[in-house]
Design a protein around this ligand. Structure first.
Ligand code: ATP
Length: 371
């Protein structure tokens, strides 16, 4: 499933040069984005980056100051929320406390004047979908947080919108329940074949649920890509740093053979070479970014002369259950992090505090970034 790579497939949702100002403040800044039918798409970024505002413009709760929002080729400008083929599930998913689960789910359909028999069929379908058939008669306060969240989801799906908008839908749930619900959400989305757009500041959540992620900063999109691309091939320090743990080392671009990029790096005291094309000129400032799990740590000197290698001393070890994270101080005073899975750490010769170690990584294990 990768319609974004198929030039024959038309985008389903389009933001065209959309700007949203609140007075002087620019919340969304000349932003263009295309989302495809049946996609689970995540808007990810820190608080205040404009992701909710962007979603609200698709739902019709805010109008752009400039630019257009289209759905299925139709300009949505001026169309009120209730007439758009979208439905939004809000952060607080306020359910009507005096109504039963059944009535909460039926509410929107009744408002639309849907025939009674159809309402019944639709509510039953939704209750089955979120596995709450047995709870139809209960009031929201008689449910757990996770169950309430599923009622809200059923309510927002009952009218079968073409696009479901989810604004931090799992924010109120504890970690374990949130993870379970993330899998339920992706399962549901696939079953329904619906387009889902989620707003979140939680990178793990975006990585778990989404087909593609747009990482936002100050009203703009910095990168749009699949979770794996965002993680492995971040296009900037901002994205690299926002997603997961990473080592970022500063340097200057040095001449390199075709197909590779070389960074003269004071922190490692050696050149770092990466298999990657770079258009940026020699001498320019750049950064080498590598995930801790891509850095191999060993007591033995590398036998393969082609790998990147530096020496250092272990000065801290953080035990995280599945992995241990080693902080290794290099002779330059810089620190690099490397992880070892604890499953292997227990069987191999253990590396411990103050050990002199080699850190090595291959030429395709990191990226050189120029911004
Ligand atoms: P959060 O995760 O905190 O909701 P966000 O990325 O979703 O953050 P938005 O809610 O889109 O951010 O807000 C972007 C910026 O626009 C913020 O600085 C916010 O204060 C501002 N903003 C949003 N709505 C309004 C409004 N109605 N009037 C004035 N400023 C607003």
């Amino acid at each position: 499933f990768a319609p974004w790579n198929d030039p024959g497939v038309k985008p389903f949702i389009e933001f065209r040069h959309v700007t949203k100002r609140f007075g002087e403040f620019v919340a969304v800044d000349d932003l263009s984005l295309q989302i495809y039918e049946r996609e689970f798409f995540a808007l990810l970024g820190p608080s205040g980056c404009g992701k909710t505002t962007l979603m609200r413009m698709l739902g019709g709760f805010d109008e752009p100051t400039d630019g257009q929002v289209l759905l299925d080729g139709q300009d949505l400008g001026g169309i009120p929320p209730y007439r758009r083929p979208t439905n939004m599930m809000f952060q607080s998913y306020a359910l009507f406390p005096h109504m039963s689960v059944w009535d909460n789910i039926a509410f929107g359909l009744r408002q639309d004047g849907t025939p009674k028999a159809e309402i019944k069929a639709r509510v039953e379908e939704m209750l089955a979908l979120v596995k709450l058939e047995k709870f139809a008669r209960r009031k929201p306060q008689q449910l757990s947080g996770g169950q309430r969240q599923r009622v809200a989801l059923a309510r927002s799906l009952a009218k079968k919108p073409k696009v479901l908008l989810l604004d931090e839908p799992l924010g109120a749930l504890d970690k374990k329940l949130r993870e379970e619900t993330q899998f339920e959400l992706t399962d549901l989305q696939m079953k329904l074949g619906m387009t889902f757009l989620i707003v979140t500041h939680d990178q793990e959540e975006a990585m778990t649920v989404a087909d593609r992620i747009a990482v936002m900063d100050q009203g703009r999109i910095v990168q749009v890509a699949t979770p794996a691309e965002i993680y492995e091939q971040p296009n900037s320090r901002y994205v690299a740093d926002f997603i997961g743990d990473i080592n970022i080392l500063e340097g200057h671009l040095a001449p390199a053979p075709p197909g590779s990029t070389r960074l003269e790096c004071a922190a490692t005291g050696a050149n770092v070479e990466v298999r990657q094309e770079t258009a940026a000129p020699t001498g320019g400032q750049a950064w080498f970014a590598i995930r801790p799990e891509k850095v191999r740590i060993s007591l033995d000197a590398p036998t393969d002369p082609s790998v990147n290698a530096v020496r250092g001393e272990v000065w801290d070890i953080g035990y995280l259950g599945d992995v241990s994270i080693y902080h290794v101080r290099l002779s330059t005073g810089a620190t690099l992090k490397a992880t070892i899975t604890n499953a292997t750490r227990l069987v191999e010769r253990p590396i411990t505090w103050e050990d002199k170690v080699w850190l090595t990584w291959s030429h395709d294990a990191g990226v050189i970034l120029t911004r």
